[in-house]
Design a protein around this ligand. Structure first.
Ligand code: ZN
Length: 349
């Protein structure tokens, strides 16, 4: 408050003095509020991290981000929409703000929707909205690391829920995004990349697989996206099958161009190795003998560096009704998620 003084100079000095005091008090209060926010974030993070593991096969679990996909997800169906809603809700509740985009289009008389979520290179705390400001509002100008998976299921097989094709891969991406979001909460610097996850619609053929009847979602995105902005494109598919007495499903290196990235995964897999689990990644290049047409191909054909994470051999139950949740190995699914999380952490160091 300014009291009346005899000289103008006194008034000016007191005004300045009062202004400085106000600023100091304001600053202290702001620091106090920020401290409370960080404390709240810490407690929330601790609480969330102490919850049951999100990757579990308990059909009664309310926290499982795997069993919620135990349904058909045919193109254009209500379940397809529900799947996108589940994924969107999951990302909306992240502690860091992910940008969510649905991209709809028509082809061959069908309606498709791809879902794209992006964690930008800067932190955009959702909670800061209560103060009416955001930490940063710069346009994207860093490259993308892309992880992708398809969420649709085969149209013509009744009751086909696609557990390995590709519900497990979806859950792996969600778990990874969740762990990564928390690991980045207090990052003091900008990230070197945007982290993007794409959930493709329409990977499966409606009739029989051909260049025009398959990969609808990825072909559309490869036309629409700025491919020069993609540093690396990682595709997950057919992950999570239980090994049998005679068959161990393993990842292989399909592409010399991304050999260094594959080697990183192999090293992480070895570092995590213990007697309870076997190695998931084979130190073997098979790209000269094997070509697998999948959602990465429209991107690879346009020069994008692609890492295709698809274990071999194809299980005998592939594209049958037996590709259900009984066929899944939860330990292996968690392990893949852990390897990919560590891989992402290394890329974003
Ligand atoms: Zn399939």
């Amino acid at each position: 408050m300014i009291t009346k003084k005899n000289s103008n100079q006194d008034i000016i000095i007191e005004t300045c003095y009062s202004s400085v005091i106000n600023k100091v008090i304001h600053c202290l209060m702001l620091q106090y509020y920020l401290f409370l926010i960080y404390l709240m974030r810490f407690l929330v993070a601790m609480n969330i991290l102490s919850m049951n593991n999100l990757l579990n096969l308990d059909p009664d679990s309310s926290t499982s981000i795997l069993t919620c996909f135990n349904m058909t997800r045919k193109v254009g169906s209500q379940n397809s929409k529900l799947t996108r809603e589940i994924i969107k809700d999951f990302f909306i509740q992240m502690p860091l703000k992910w940008n969510i985009e649905e991209i709809s289009f028509q082809e061959a008389g069908h309606n498709f929707t791809n879902l794209v979520v992006t964690l930008p290179y800067y932190n955009d705390y959702i909670q800061d909205d209560i103060f009416g400001f955001k930490t940063c509002s710069l346009e994207y100008n860093k490259k993308d690391i892309v992880f992708a998976v398809h969420y649709d299921t085969i149209y013509k097989i009744p009751g086909f829920v696609g557990a390995i094709d590709s519900a497990a891969s979806m859950a792996i991406l969600l778990q990874m995004a969740y762990a990564f979001s928390h690991s980045q909460l207090y990052r003091p610097s900008l990230r070197p990349y945007n982290l993007k996850m794409i959930f493709f619609d329409g990977e499966e053929a409606f009739d029989s697989w051909s260049s025009t009847d398959s990969l609808y979602g990825s072909r559309h995105m490869a036309q629409k996206m700025d491919l020069n902005n993609i540093e690396l494109f990682v595709l997950l598919d057919l992950i999570g099958a239980k090994d049998t007495e005679t068959i161990q499903y393993k990842f292989y290196n399909y592409d010399r161009q991304t050999e260094n990235f594959y080697q990183k995964l192999l090293d992480i897999d070895k570092a995590l190795f213990n007697e309870a689990t076997s190695l998931l990644f084979e130190d073997k290049y098979v790209g000269d003998d094997i070509f697998i047409d999948d959602d990465h191909v429209p991107f690879k054909n346009k020069g994008v560096l692609c890492l295709h994470l698809l274990p071999l051999p194809f299980p005998s139950f592939w594209h049958t009704q037996q590709d259900n949740f009984d066929s899944l190995d939860i330990k292996k699914i968690r392990r893949v998620s852990q390897v990919l999380f560590n891989f992402t952490e290394e890329l974003f160091q």
